[in-house]
Design a protein around this ligand. Structure first.
Ligand code: FMN
Length: 156
């Protein structure tokens, strides 16, 4: 199969943008993802896929917990920040956050958030498939989501 055809097909799926955040000692880590999805209602479980070898590969497995921050339409800059080279601890502090039960930072200004305990890490080719068990959830019905479609941000 042609790789560009595969990528173009995947880019045709409109996806919500989330930032996965976690605590490590006195600092924070995080990455922007579109691979987040729900898995199970009982127990409440979700997953996301993380590229092997990125800065979070290792620290997130060690932290044993993470938060999924579903971005709102005003948070394009937050998405770009957590997809780039910026210091994650500074980014979390600039964005504003509350500490969840697991110790993970839940970012301010999001449309919804999930505080999760890491459950399993499965091999997924050049990515890890990371599942989490959700310990708390919130959502803000007044906000609109940030979407990603055909390599650009979109709004509803
Ligand atoms: C819209 C968007 C979606 C992304 N989705 C994913 C994803 O699902 N999984 C992933 O590993 N990286 C994804 N990335 C890339 C990561 O955000 C990027 O590699 C980030 O710098 C990793 O952070 P780290 O190196 O601090 O761990 C995405 C980037 C953008 C802009």
């Amino acid at each position: 199969m042609n790789e560009n055809e595969f990528k173009d097909a995947l880019a045709s799926l409109a996806a919500g943008v989330s930032v996965v955040t976690y605590a490590q000692d006195d600092s924070f880590g995080g990455l922007t993802v579109t691979s987040f999805t729900s898995v199970s209602m009982d127990p409440p479980m979700i997953l996301f896929c993380m590229r092997k070898g990125i800065a979070s590969d290792g620290p997130i497995q060690n932290s044993r917990a993470f938060a999924v921050n579903m971005l709102s339409s005003e948070q394009e800059e937050v998405s770009n920040g957590f997809a780039g080279k910026q210091d994650r601890t500074a980014l979390v502090k600039e964005t504003g956050y509350k500490t969840g039960e697991t110790g993970s930072p839940l970012l301010d200004g999001c449309i919804a958030g999930l505080d999760c305990r890491l459950r399993d890490v499965f091999d997924g080719g050049d990515h890890w498939i990371i599942t989490g068990e959700v310990v708390s959830a919130f959502s803000d019905s007044k906000k609109q989501p940030l979407l990603y479609f055909r390599r650009g941000y979109r709004q509803l």
